[in-house]
Design a protein around this ligand. Structure first.
Ligand code: GRF
Length: 187
């Protein structure tokens, strides 16, 4: 099957990236990972790019022209989808328009609840019954685009920020691949 060329944006650990690299090698999986972008030169996830010989780029989001350069790289590499996997910067409206193709993000809460940072703490403080993760399209507003896949679990009495993080991440490893299959099978 002809796979769509995807670029994964990261800022940190890159465990979703690692999971997507493994999935992308399955014959029927709809994407290949052809490029990795990080705004943090110390992101642990860059190791996965190196280990798997996937080209990567460290961007300096403080530099004026960085978005134009990035758009160029994405064009040269014929990238038709961007997956934000723990990417901690907001993409400008201009960037979204210039790229003009699908961009999706994974967020560790059941959107529209708990947008932004510190989701696990907020979930505990508001005594939610359930939590989980959401894969959604990216638009110019934070964590607000159309939802593609949501997965949830029940919170237990002794759950902490750390245990919620672990449980949520384990769900993310299922939700992200599922969202990609859904996007390319039905669109
Ligand atoms: C994930 O929990 C994701 O929901 C959030 O950032 C985290 C990234 O984790 N946006 P990793 O870098 O993929 O390990």
């Amino acid at each position: 099957m002809v796979k769509k060329k995807a670029c994964i944006f990261i800022s940190g650990k890159g465990s979703n990236l690692k999971n997507l690299i493994i999935k992308s090698r399955e014959y029927n999986f709809p994407i290949s990972i052809d490029f990795i972008v990080s705004n943090n030169k110390n992101a642990k996830g860059i190791e996965y790019a190196k280990k798997n010989s996937i080209p990567h780029l460290i961007i300096n989001t403080g530099k004026r022209d960085f978005e134009n350069k990035l758009i160029n790289e994405l064009k040269i590499r014929k990238i038709s989808l961007i997956c934000l996997a723990g990417y901690m910067k907001i993409l400008s409206k201009k960037f979204l328009e210039k790229f003009g193709k699908k961009i999706i993000n994974i967020h560790p809460s059941l959107l529209p609840k708990f947008k932004g940072l510190n989701t696990f703490l907020k979930v505990l403080e508001t005594k939610e019954i359930k939590t989980g993760c959401t894969v959604h399209y990216v638009n110019e507003k934070l964590d607000s685009g159309k939802i593609i896949v949501k997965k949830s679990f029940y919170i237990e009495k002794n759950d902490s920020v750390e245990s919620l993080r672990l449980k949520t991440q384990n769900l993310e490893y299922k939700a992200f691949p599922e969202a990609l299959i859904k996007i390319f099978r039905y669109n």
